[in-house]
Design a protein around this ligand. Structure first.
Ligand SMILES: NC(=O)c1ccc[n+]([C@@H]2O[C@H](COP(=O)([O-])OP(=O)(O)OC[C@H]3O[C@@H](n4cnc5c(N)ncnc54)[C@H](O)[C@@H]3O)[C@@H](O)[C@H]2O)c1
Length: 259
């Protein structure tokens, strides 16, 4: 039987329009905090939550003078506590936390990673996620409601020969999500994470084309993802439509986990 040539699930202009559509969940009366919300996946998520009616506060290293944006380095626990306190005081509560702040690792062998590089990646990706989850959890547990979504990575689902520090930090995020998810379940707070594959954002700027092609070739759908495609999954996990998952890892890697 002839099934024709294999295709790459394409993105044409119609599909891009669908990807960027404002169809979303109802976030009216919800207050969301998005770390790393000034760019890429975080920015796409902030836009989608806003489109659903949420008040969205972005916390990022550089935020300019955007509305509801707070400068914050997530590696600084006290600064993250202050951001959460400010959001609660200013907007009357915090319903949704999305931890998207992250930094890539330098491509190289595990034994070539220097101490400083190891600590830098871990500090942003793992410590930063912990700081934000902890601060939000204290508040959400008292209110007995909330949704937390952490942005891990497909790299965190198994070891990576050329990105060991990044992969370990993201594996930590997956595990941390499980711990917070289990601990907060009886407080009405659901905590989950997503594991994106290669997504077209500024995070990839330092990656050369050959390395990118190699990464994409291992994703069965056969193309890079767009930030909005991750944001839509995050929006679901942040919504009241999510009722029966916590501590879970949701793949958005175009099938990469299976190859
Ligand atoms: N792009 C991808 O292919 C991909 C794949 C898997 C996972 N991810 C993860 O998705 C998340 C979002 O990344 P992105 O691809 O949108 O990249 P991005 O560079 O567009 O966005 C990352 C944001 O995090 C912010 N940030 C970095 N360090 C910070 C710090 N110390 N404090 C506060 N903010 C900080 C940056 O300023 C930036 O706005 C990251 O956690 C990343 O590891 C990305």
């Amino acid at each position: 039987m002839d099934y024709g040539k294999p295709i790459i699930v394409p993105i044409n202009s119609i599909e891009v329009a669908a990807i960027t559509s404002s169809n979303t969940y109802d976030f009216h009366d919800r207050v969301a905090l998005v770390t790393g919300g000034a760019s890429g996946i975080g920015a796409a998520t902030a836009a989608l939550l806003r489109a659903g009616g949420a008040t969205v506060v972005v916390a990022d290293l550089v935020v300019g003078d955007a509305e509801h944006a707070l400068g914050c380095d997530v590696t600084d626990a006290a600064a993250v506590d202050t951001v959460v306190d400010t959001v609660v005081r200013t907007h009357g509560g915090l319903d949704i936390l999305v931890c998207a702040a992250g930094t890539p690792g330098t491509v190289g062998l595990p034994w070539e990673i220097g101490d400083e590089e190891w600590r830098r990646i871990s500090a942003v990706n793992l410590d930063g996620t912990f700081h934000a989850c902890r601060a939000a959890a204290r508040h959400m547990a008292q209110r007995r409601r909330g949704r937390i979504v952490n942005v891990a990575s497909v790299a965190g689902t198994r070891g990576q020969a050329s990105l060991a520090a990044y992969a370990a930090s993201k594996a930590g995020v997956v595990n941390l999500t499980q711990s917070f998810g289990v601990a907060l379940a009886s407080y009405g707070v659901l905590v989950n994470c997503v594991t994106p594959g290669v997504i077209r954002t500024p995070l990839l700027e330092g990656v050369d084309d050959d390395a990118l092609d190699a990464m994409v070739s291992r994703m069965p759908i056969g193309r890079m993802g767009e930030p909005e495609e991750v944001a839509r999954l995050i929006a679901f996990l942040a919504s009241d439509d999510l009722t029966f998952s916590t501590g879970a890892t949701f793949d958005v890697s175009a099938g990469r986990t299976l190859t």
